[in-house]
Design a protein around this ligand. Structure first.
Ligand SMILES: NC(=O)c1ccc[n+]([C@@H]2O[C@H](COP(=O)([O-])OP(=O)(O)OC[C@H]3O[C@@H](n4cnc5c(N)ncnc54)[C@H](OP(=O)(O)O)[C@@H]3O)[C@@H](O)[C@H]2O)c1
Length: 252
């Protein structure tokens, strides 16, 4: 990883911030796309700015993403790590039009726009890491748009792997992680409190992800018990939803 150049989104918080520290510890060069660059002031002091570069970019804005081509024009990019993401834990009817649009725009549409924008500057064998979610694999009342956006993200990443055999695509399907994500998804923090005991630790997951990048893994599914349970669920999803409904409404 020494000397490689990665573009990272979501680096100002939670899992993305942990991935950033891991990459900087490994002496990679990281360009962060952040809407709030000041959130990285402490890391600029801790790591210096030789390997850390921050570009202000609101990933809800198509024009700001398209403008990045001017910045990356003469650069070589060894990979993209897309850790920005959001979701609202509420019913389909309770989502405002803005919340619904924001979810799909950040989680899937603008990932594609960013990819298309920086793709011309990729090195011969780039690594693309997508932070997805186990919610892509099950029906979820009160998180439908989040799950749908992550399912779409998964499909795009899998197709990309086939369309570009020279790309190393690593999809991270994760269950709940102890990050500020939950403050926005459910400001009552009811879900976060209820599932505190099973939440993944972001630093540990970030380390697994960086190792996955090094060793060429295609997928990281954590926690593994959740991944295995969801495989079984796929055998008879409608039946299980009918008889164990409360499991599928745990974000209410
Ligand atoms: N936490 C979980 O339980 C969980 C579970 C499954 C999957 N995931 C996925 O894991 C990934 C990382 O989430 P996290 O838990 O680390 O959440 P987080 O702490 O809320 O971090 C989200 C990151 O996305 C950035 N972001 C959001 N909107 C943006 C925008 N318009 N422009 C630029 N950056 C923007 C945030 O920037 P600001 O700092 O400026 O807000 C922040 O850096 C997400 O894709 C999430 O869907 C999380």
């Amino acid at each position: 990883m020494i000397g490689k150049h990665y573009v990272l989104t979501g680096g100002t918080s939670g899992l993305g911030r942990s991935i950033l520290c891991n990459l900087l510890n490994k002496k990679a060069y990281v360009t962060i796309l952040a809407r709030n660059p000041h959130k990285l002031d402490d890391l600029k002091v801790q790591y210096g700015t030789d390997h850390l570069n921050i570009i202000q970019c609101d990933l809800q804005s198509k024009s700001q993403i398209l403008n990045l081509k001017n910045y990356f024009k003469n650069q070589n990019i060894d990979g993209l790590i897309y850790s920005s993401g959001l979701g609202y834990f509420k019913s389909i009817a309770q989502h405002s039009l803005d919340e619904m649009t924001e979810t799909y725009t950040l989680n899937i549409i603008n990932f594609n726009i960013l990819l298309a924008t920086i793709q011309p500057y990729f090195s011969a064998y780039p690594t693309i890491v997508g932070i997805g979610s186990q919610s892509a694999f099950l029906t979820q009342a009160y998180a439908a748009h989040y799950g749908a956006s992550k399912a779409a993200f998964n499909q795009v990443l899998n197709a990309l792997r086939l369309e570009h055999p020279n790309y190393h695509i690593l999809t991270v399907n994760t269950g709940p992680i102890a990050t500020p994500f939950h403050e926005k998804a459910d400001p009552s923090l009811m879900y976060a409190q209820k599932y505190k005991a099973i939440m993944l630790e972001p630093n540990k997951l970030a380390q697994q992800i960086v190792n996955g990048m090094i060793y060429g893994k295609y997928e990281i599914n954590e926690p593994q018990w959740m991944h295995r349970t969801l495989k079984l669920y796929q055998l008879a999803p409608r039946l299980l939803e009918k008889y164990f409904t409360s499991f599928f409404k745990n974000k209410a």
